[in-house]
Design a protein around this ligand. Structure first.
Ligand code: FDA
Length: 288
């Protein structure tokens, strides 16, 4: 981050390293009726005291969000809260954060990491969601197991953010072809909308794939599901014009804003998702 060209390139996807930078970006999005989600980068922390520090950081973040009156919620990764170290203390941290989300009128979101964490993450979600209402979970459409996982969550009235999935997984675990992942996303998204129409759960589409967004929006209209009963979540700096026009059209849109010093692995994932981004980095390197 000390090198000007790196700062310019990373800034496209991340407003800055501090929570205050993320909240300033959230404030700038709010007049366009775009809500936000903040998350601090950094996975797989080890050591109980680090988990405690992350929990305390997010507790303070909830207070900051409320003090500034922002339409902002918080997303965390279980490994940041020490899941690799102790499932029990990770669960305790999640409970504390979920209680804080209730107290501050916000929400707590749990990200999904690679497939080795899915069972443990679902167990954490079941535990916390059965005690606190405003808790959501990311579910990955590329996993072959996902249809059954979604069914198994329905009795919790879940908030599910459906995403395609960002980790390299073997073919017996996840669909290797993009076409199959896209088909799975549309089918699962449709299933979530149908459940919402029956009054069960709140579906969230976490994708920048506008062809999929259009299909799902069309399905919601066919089901006569009001626009405020489902949401579209995208990442900061990606498809920003579409985020604005969806919000202007009356859709519930949230933008996930990352911050923190540990941006390198996350930034590499963003570049890998779209090779054209490499050209953007090259331009940032050579142009002022
Ligand atoms: P796809 O990759 O097919 O992209 C569709 C189009 O969007 C592209 O053609 C391009 O125009 C644009 N686009 C996509 N990525 C871009 C990029 N990096 N730069 C520029 N343009 C881009 N994953 C996970 O495993 N666990 C999780 O918890 C989460 N959480 C999460 C939250 C939210 C709010 C979002 C939006 C995404 C996630 N993800 C995630 C990541 C997700 O799994 C997936 O890797 C990315 O969203 C990219 O897939 P798309 O659905 O956007 O489609």
């Amino acid at each position: 981050m000390r090198r000007p060209f790196a700062r310019r390139a990373v800034k496209r996807f991340m407003p800055g390293e501090e929570l205050a930078d993320a909240l300033a970006a959230a404030e700038a999005l709010a007049p366009a009726h775009i809500g936000s989600i903040v998350t601090r980068l950094g996975e797989t922390l080890t050591g109980e005291s680090q988990g405690d520090a992350v929990r305390d950081h997010y507790l303070a973040a909830f207070d900051d969000i409320r003090a500034r009156g922002l339409p902002t919620v918080v997303s965390i990764k279980p490994t940041q809260l020490g899941l690799d170290h102790s499932a029990d203390s990770c669960r305790d941290h999640l409970e504390v954060l979920a209680r804080k989300a209730v107290e501050t009128g916000s929400q707590l979101w749990i990200d999904m990491e690679d497939s080795s964490y899915v069972d443990r993450t679902l167990a954490l979600y079941r535990h916390v969601k059965s005690r606190y209402e405003p808790v959501g979970i990311a579910i990955q459409a590329y996993l072959r197991r996902t249809p059954q996982d979604i069914e198994s969550l329905m009795d919790l009235n879940p908030m599910i953010r459906l995403v395609k999935g960002a980790y390299a997984e073997p073919p017996h675990v996840a669909f290797p072809s993009k076409r199959d992942v896209d088909l799975a996303f549309v089918s699962l998204g449709g299933r979530l909308l149908e459940a919402a129409q029956r009054g069960v759960g709140r579906p969230i589409l976490g994708t920048h794939d506008m062809s999929i967004v259009r299909q799902i929006v069309g399905r919601a209209a066919a089901l006569k599901l009001p626009r405020d009963r489902f949401e579209i979540h995208m990442l900061y700096g990606i498809r920003s014009a579409d985020q604005r026009s969806l919000a202007a059209d009356g859709h519930a849109v949230r933008c996930l804003i990352s911050y923190g010093a540990q941006w390198f692995p996350w930034y590499m994932r963003r570049l890998a998702e779209r090779p054209a981004n490499i050209w953007f980095v090259m331009r940032s390197t050579f142009m002022r």
